[in-house]
Ligand binder design. Structure first.
Ligand code: ADP
Ligand code: MG
Length: 322
């Protein structure tokens, strides 16, 4: 299979949203009048972001999902994607499964794959996504105010728990293992939530590197502080079992700073608490109020049931941390 046969067979699809899709030197896209383009790129590197041997269909899903999550956090409607692939060899079964996972999610969100690049090299999956948002309406990290409620979607920590299991730091079994592996392998980007939060949320971020670090970015960008209640943090029964046992420290680390959650953390005025609860019901998505923003730019305080502050806070993931 040549490079061009590979592109033709697995990645060329009729473009629905684009003037010109795969096949020329560049794609042509026409943004809708009155909209801004939200653009984001995310790279998944083998042995860094995913374990070698990860199922190709799940990888196809995840490589797009992590990008859609960034658009969700901006309140943008995903429209176009570009895919840069480095592969060690042509493996048609792998490519077919990868494309299946990728296009299933792309189709679910009406996203066109309009271009990319394909090369031989250590396995590396890099997606660029482009979305649209009405001019001036994008959600940012910088709009939170003291007194705002702080919310998070879904549950935190399961993906990190699956990684801890793979690294033999903890032992998960049965349904707990399956649930956590599912969270790691097939995150659901919260696109509908991101769109619905336009005009409601004061600041939004997607939780990709763990709550402590990502909420920290919102606090810094908004020049505020926050107090959150550790017992309010939404988590699975799998994580709850670990919290209650000998692995409490590891489970706390996963919950607060594990990463790979791809949930949205957002702030909104307290007057919107009811509207947000109703939105969660409407979307069939758990939305949990986890704390409150404070006017002073004084960092993040995490309190337990007895009111004691957790210290030190677990560190967020950083690829270049010493
Ligand atoms: P160029 O040499 O001009 O960079 P390429 O030969 O790399 O173009 O790619 C040919 C066409 O196929 C281009 O339209 C490019 O965007 C598209 N393409 C290449 N790889 C992929 C891929 N993995 N997925 C989707 N489109 C791809
Ligand atoms: Mg090229």
């Amino acid at each position: 299979l040549t490079e061009f046969e590979l592109i033709e067979r697995y990645f060329r699809r009729p473009a629905r949203n684009a003037v010109l899709g795969v096949g020329d030197d560049a794609a042509l896209i026409a943004p809708s009048p009155g909209f801004e383009i939200a653009a984001s790129v995310d790279m998944l590197v083998e042995d860094r972001h995913f374990f070698a041997g990860t199922e190709a269909e799940a990888l196809g899903h995840k490589t797009l999902a992590v990008n859609l999550s960034d658009l969700a956090a901006m309140g943008a409607t995903p429209r176009w994607a570009l895919l840069a692939l480095a592969l060690p060899a042509v493996d048609e079964a792998w490519l077919a499964a990868f494309a299946r996972g990728f296009f299933a999610l792309a189709d679910a969100h009406g996203v066109d794959l309009v271009g990319g690049d394909t090369t031989r090299g250590p396995r590396n999956l890099c997606v660029t996504v482009l979305g649209e948002v009405p001019a001036g309406k994008a959600l940012r990290r910088s709009g939170a105010k003291g007194g705002d409620s702080i919310w998070v979607s879904g549950k935190l920590g399961d993906a990190a728990l699956a990684i801890a299991h793979r690294l033999n730091r903890i032992r998960l079994e049965g349904a707990d293992l399956a649930d956590c592996e599912g969270a790691l392998g097939r995150p659901a980007p919260r696109v509908a939530l991101g769109l619905a939060l336009r005009g409601i949320a004061s600041a939004v971020i997607d939780v990709s590197d763990g709550l402590v670090g990502d909420l920290g970015h919102v606090l810094d960008a908004s020049h505020i502080g926050a107090t959150i209640d550790i017992d309010a943090l939404p988590h699975s029964s799998a994580l709850d079992r670990q919290l209650g046992g000998a692995n409490r420290e590891i489970a706390l680390q996963c919950l607060l700073a594990g990463g790979d959650d791809y949930e949205l953390c957002f702030t909104a005025p307290r007057a919107r608490d009811g509207a947000i609860a109703a939105l969660g019901d409407k979307l069939g998505l758990q939305l949990t109020r986890i704390g409150i923003a404070t006017a002073q730019h004084a960092g993040l305080e995490i309190r337990d049931a007895s009111g004691c502050a957790l210290e030190p806070l677990p560190r967020a993931f950083d690829h270049f941390a010493p």
